[in-house]
Design a protein around this ligand. Structure first.
Ligand code: ING
Ligand code: ZN
Length: 306
């Protein structure tokens, strides 16, 4: 695996390159960065969470971020990587975001699928594990979480893109994230999962059109994050519950984090709303990630102040 000379945001990296960068950061910034493997993927890739913490006793409030649960949504790992880059390599300018809050970031939740999308099928969405139908591998990771699993907006048929799996948490990648979140749930105050595309900031629920009791807080914080995105030159996000703003779908990671792990502030970010869809050109990574980092700042500040 080759180490990038310096990270840049005009290209999409391979999984090994992303992990090499994380290792480089851990070596270079030992007082700020630690790496934790939360387990291996189906094909045996290490799933690495980078913890960014300037100190404290491990009881600081924390933010959990993941990207890349869906293989073809390449801008999601790129955005997670940019957040890491800013918090670590530009910490002098961003120390207000790390002086009271810890960050746990998993840039690629579905590494097998990501590599498959990089090398074989650009539009692959799912994991790559076997299903009861040979010739139709893969489960939709964002239909596989065990909260109101498979009740709505998911398929029982393995050949479909939104196949929920034979059982909840059939996927090792979803189990690994679940176990990490549950082990750290006292600390984690906010969960952000990066997807593309469409330009939405979504909060639970995806399984019902009913709103959580604290939906007003979720809505207002997302509105602040959207305003920061606009002030950075981006478009406003469409904000609402997944069911009401986009479509109903059960088994999503955001519903699980709120409904079971008890992380009250839980969001899905659908990054970019260009006509390129999933295939956002590499030339547009930079403006996408720099603008969205201003939204991430808002989430960070909120956790710090509340
Ligand atoms: N969109 C999400 C999906 O998994 C979503 C939207 C998120 C629905 C959370 C329900 C709950 O379908 C993409 N682009 O994957
Ligand atoms: Zn997605």
């Amino acid at each position: 695996s080759k180490v990038p000379r310096a990270i840049s945001f005009d290209q999409y990296y391979r999984y090994d390159e992303i992990n090499s960068y994380l290792e480089e950061l851990a070596a270079k910034y030992p007082n700020l960065v630690t790496l934790e493997s939360i387990g291996k993927s189906y094909e045996g890739r290490d799933m690495v969470v980078i913890k960014i913490s300037s100190g404290g006793s491990g009881t600081r409030p924390a933010i959990l971020i993941d990207g890349g649960i869906h293989a073809r949504e390449w801008i999601a790992p790129a955005t997670a990587l940019y957040v890491i880059y800013q918090l670590v390599e530009n910490n002098a300018a961003n120390s207000a975001l790390t002086d009271a809050v810890d960050w746990h970031i998993l840039p690629v939740l579905n590494p097998d699928g990501y590599e498959y999308s990089r090398t074989a099928d650009r539009m692959w969405r799912k994991t790559v594990s076997v299903t009861p139908i040979s010739g139709c591998p893969g489960i939709d990771g964002n239909r596989n979480f065990g909260f109101h699993w498979n009740e709505v907006g998911a398929s029982d048929y393995p050949c479909y893109e939104d196949y929920a799996g034979e059982v909840a948490f059939s996927e090792i990648e979803a189990r690994n994230l679940r176990d990490f979140a549950l082990a750290n749930k006292e600390q984690i105050k906010l969960y952000l999962t990066f997807h593309s595309y469409g330009g939405y900031l979504l909060y639970p629920w995806g399984y019902t059109s009913e709103l959580p009791p604290d939906w007003h807080t979720l809505q207002e914080l997302a509105a602040d994050a959207s305003l920061a995105h606009v002030n950075a030159g981006g478009d406003p996000f469409i904000i609402g519950s997944s069911t009401n703003a986009l479509y109903a779908a059960a088994g999503g990671s955001d519903d699980y984090m709120k409904g079971v792990a008890g992380i009250e502030l839980s969001y899905t970010a659908e990054l970019t709303n260009t006509y390129y869809g999933f295939q956002l050109p590499a030339e547009l990574i930079n403006e996408t990630v720099t603008r969205f980092f201003e939204s991430v700042r808002v989430f960070g500040r909120y956790v710090k102040e509340n």
